[in-house]
Design a protein around this ligand. Structure first.
Ligand SMILES: NC(=O)c1ccc[n+]([C@@H]2O[C@H](COP(=O)([O-])OP(=O)(O)OC[C@H]3O[C@@H](n4cnc5c(N)ncnc54)[C@H](O)[C@@H]3O)[C@@H](O)[C@H]2O)c1
Length: 466
């Protein structure tokens, strides 16, 4: 397994769990040392136990030695990163190329490279040529086996996936199916395709998900302008089986190490293929998504009376999504950084992503708990929907904040409950203010809109401790 990050370490441990002998190859010395000693260098529920079991059984080992890897295996998974190129939309394939260039010269006989990294269509065919040009004796085949795991659910998604997709020559695809035999025996569908289709499946899936999120966020902008509630709207349209409710949560939008860079790389690749017009809508998907971050900064600013200078803002959440410590392109941290640049004193708390956040944004302040982050806050922004934030009792925070203003960046909080506890509750996408004790009021809910809420509106309901 070449590359033992979020994807590779999980896949390595899961393959050992299936009974295979696995050697993980990782070039980052810190990650390698951690994995060898049974420590998972990132947060993934259940993975520490699986890793420990793999190491103890002797089925799983880690190295940085390509020569050892070449001698150890004839099936080689590629799970290294494919980040966005600096200053370009295209994917940076240097890590993938480095795997080929370091591995191939050590290979003899027949070997199969199984690509799991997300790559631009056409990469596998190039790698086939690149790899075979570097072997003296033998043949290397390449198949693509895209990965659909979600961080936070990575083990389940690997051992009980929705589907397994493998693209390439029939005989090589059969070998991959053998690796996954227990999973397939449990009823997981196997889709065998050609190479370009397998590569495209992954970026098409991510583009669809990104589009669904940006669709509801675009509707959310209209809801705000019209005084409608985007969450109720999503419930209503989500009942239609053709639409479905999942990925229709308006809020701060998507981030992380996959969706943003994947849709950009997809656009870049379509351009190279002369099919750029087909994907121009993804540019809009991207820009709707990025607009959420600036809109959120504006909403926080408005909630603080239009000026962030000197305001204390608690940002709850730093990871790009709950149950992960991944802060790559995290909307939460991006907004926290922008708030700080506008003069606010920002204190961030996240249950798992503190160390990664500190590395990426060392100038923000970090707290050890929700309570510490919220002490003296003029506004509390929930930026990642960790269940521990969704379950916060507003009465616990009321005595410690300076002003009772909560901004629900993920539309995940029970707004009525916060309102009943005397808080001003704000969210992008229309904020219905219902009174908890009058749920069946014949009055239509009153909606706060960003532009019609000023600090004055809060003064009557927000006591200050100062
Ligand atoms: N993270 C996810 O949820 C997820 C899901 C599906 C697909 N993917 C795709 O999988 C790929 C990996 O993503 P990730 O999130 O695991 O990235 P990551 O950055 O967490 O892991 C990549 C690892 O590869 C290592 N590496 C780099 N060059 C190497 C080399 N030459 N030899 C050995 N190791 C090397 C890095 O040190 C790093 O640990 C990407 O293409 C990504 O788009 C990720």
């Amino acid at each position: 397994m070449f590359g033992c990050g979020y994807l590779g370490a999980t896949h390595a441990a899961c393959m050992a769990e299936l009974g295979h002998h696995v050697l993980g190859v990782e070039t980052d010395a810190h990650k390698l040392a951690a994995l060898r000693s049974g420590q998972v260098p990132f947060h993934e529920p259940g993975l520490p136990d699986l890793l420990r079991r793999g190491l103890d059984s002797g089925l799983l080992r880690f190295t940085d030695d390509y020569c050892e890897a070449a001698q150890f295996a004839d099936l080689h998974f590629i799970a290294v990163g494919t980040p966005q190129k600096k200053g370009e939309y295209a994917a940076d394939l240097s890590h993938v190329h480095s795997v080929i260039d370091r591995l191939a010269p050590h290979l003899s006989g027949r070997h199969l490279l199984i690509g799991k990294s997300t790559v631009p269509v056409g990469t596998a065919a190039d790698l086939l040529v690149r790899a075979n040009a570097q072997v003296d004796d033998g043949h290397i085949d390449v198949v693509w086996n895209p990965e659909f795991l979600r961080e936070g659910h990575a083990i389940d998604d690997t051992l009980s996936p929705d589907r397994i997709v493998v693209g390439g020559a029939a005989q090589s695809c059969e070998r991959v199916a053998e690796i996954y035999a227990p999973i397939l025996a449990a009823g997981t569908p196997l889709l065998v395709t050609d190479l370009p289709t397998a590569e495209l499946v992954k970026v098409a899936a991510n583009s669809f998900l990104a589009t669904k999120i940006s669709f509801i966020n675009a509707i959310s902008e209209v809801c705000e302008a019209a005084g409608a509630d985007v969450s109720l709207l999503a419930d209503a349209i989500g009942h239609d089986g053709r639409i479905g409710r999942r990925f229709l949560n308006a809020g701060l939008g998507f981030g992380g190490g996959c969706l943003p860079k994947d849709i950009r790389a997809f656009m870049a690749r379509a351009g190279e293929l002369g099919a750029d017009q087909a994907l121009t809508f993804l540019r809009e998907v991207d820009s709707i998504n990025m607009r959420r971050r600036t809109a959120m900064v504006e909403l926080v600013s408005t909630s603080c009376g239009g000026d962030l200078l000197g305001a204390n803002i608690a940002v709850l959440g730093a990871a790009f999504k709950p149950d992960s410590d991944d802060v790559r392109d995290s909307p939460a941290l991006n907004v926290a950084g922008q708030l700080q640049l506008r003069g606010a004193a920002v204190t961030v708390y996240d249950p798992c992503a503190m160390a990664n956040s500190r590395r990426l944004f060392p100038t923000l302040s970090y707290a050890q708990s929700v309570q510490e982050a919220c002490a003296g806050a003029d506004a509390v922004l929930v930026a990642t929907e960790w269940s521990q934030f969704v379950e916060i009792d507003p009465d616990d925070l009321s005595p410690i904040v300076r002003r009772r203003v909560v901004i629900d960046g993920r539309r995940c909080l029970p707004g009525d409950r916060w309102h009943a506890a005397g808080w001003v509750y704000r969210a992008l996408g229309g904020t219905p203010v219902r009174h908890a004790n009058t749920p069946k009021s014949p009055e239509p809910p009153h909606f706060l809109r960003d532009h019609d809420v000023r600090l004055d509106d809060h003064v009557g309901v927000v006591p200050t401790l100062a």
